[in-house]
Design a protein around this ligand. Structure first.
Ligand code: ATP
Ligand code: MG
Length: 246
């Protein structure tokens, strides 16, 4: 079998006395879209911060393509693209200028790569020439995704990427994520939009108060239940009755 693109082993993160991530282990394989779910405050963004080498795990190990990731070991992040929340841009620069600046950081990327990613995310050339301050929320998210894809990462990490997208934008984002996964990319997607996740992800994990309470292929987790929303509610209810809030 091929090597996992992302592996978390017994990862823990404490903020002072608060345990935000509690012994999380999971793997994401090439060509797989993994949905990372959980209620507000469950520890999703904290986990993503560690995967991106922005936060030190208190314990455990994170690997991308077999190489460790920590704030001091970031070489493996060359293989990672990320879109976390609403991306920040220079308001007076065009979308294309942003991508071109970024592209220059990677000597092996030809100028035509900018056109490729613009097309991939559905930003028309005319729009790409306008200053970002004129962009709608959906256009900003598309530009953020284009920036994340520019260097042809093998792992794409997305924290709530469809925030602010209209239903058409969401459907396009779904199709793009499926296309990227089918091309072999591994996708780690955190979202509260369970309907979206059910349509786009192969496997999901449900985090509750820092612990991974359920993980598996969407079909297996459904087990006769109507949808992922029902699985989510059942999983959170079972976990909260086992560990009532202090
Ligand atoms: N810098 C910080 N200092 C202290 N506590 C923090 C910090 N960042 C997050 N936390 C706490 O860690 C826990 C997990 O937060 P996190 O942001 O990872 O959750 P999340 O699953 O991303 O939530 P949401 O769905 O609201 O984005 C929460 O209890 C939060 O209050
Ligand atoms: Mg979050």
């Amino acid at each position: 079998m091929s090597q996992p693109v992302l592996r978390l082993e017994h990862v823990v993160k404490d903020y002072g006395s608060v345990r935000a991530v509690d012994d999380v282990s999971l793997t994401v394989w090439p060509g797989e879209c993994f949905g990372f779910l959980g209620p507000n405050g469950a520890g999703k963004t904290t986990t993503i911060g560690m995967v991106l080498g922005l936060l030190h795990p208190t314990a455990g190990r994170i690997e991308v393509l077999g190489r460790p990731v920590t704030p001091r070991h970031t070489a493996a992040l060359r293989e990672v693209g990320a879109l976390v929340g609403a991306p920040a841009f220079y308001p007076y620069l065009s979308g294309r200028a942003h991508l071109d600046l970024l592209r220059r950081l990677y000597p092996d990327l030809p100028p035509s790569r900018v056109d490729e990613v613009l097309e991939q995310v559905g930003l028309p050339p005319q729009a790409a020439r306008r200053p970002v301050k004129t962009y709608s929320t959906g256009m900003r998210q598309r530009l953020g995704l284009a920036a994340a894809l520019l260097h042809r990462p093998r792992l794409l990490v997305l924290d709530e990427p469809t925030n602010g997208l209209d239903p058409i934008g969401m459907a396009e984002m779904r199709a793009l994520l499926r296309q990227l996964a089918e091309g072999g990319m591994a996708i780690f997607l955190s979202s509260h939009l369970l309907h979206e996740v059910q349509q786009v992800c192969d496997r999901v994990g449900i985090l509750y108060r820092g612990r991974l309470q359920a993980v598996g292929p969407v079909d297996e987790l459904l087990q006769g239940r109507r949808d992922l929303e029902e699985v989510f509610f059942d999983t959170v209810a079972a976990a909260s009755s086992a560990r009532p809030r202090a």
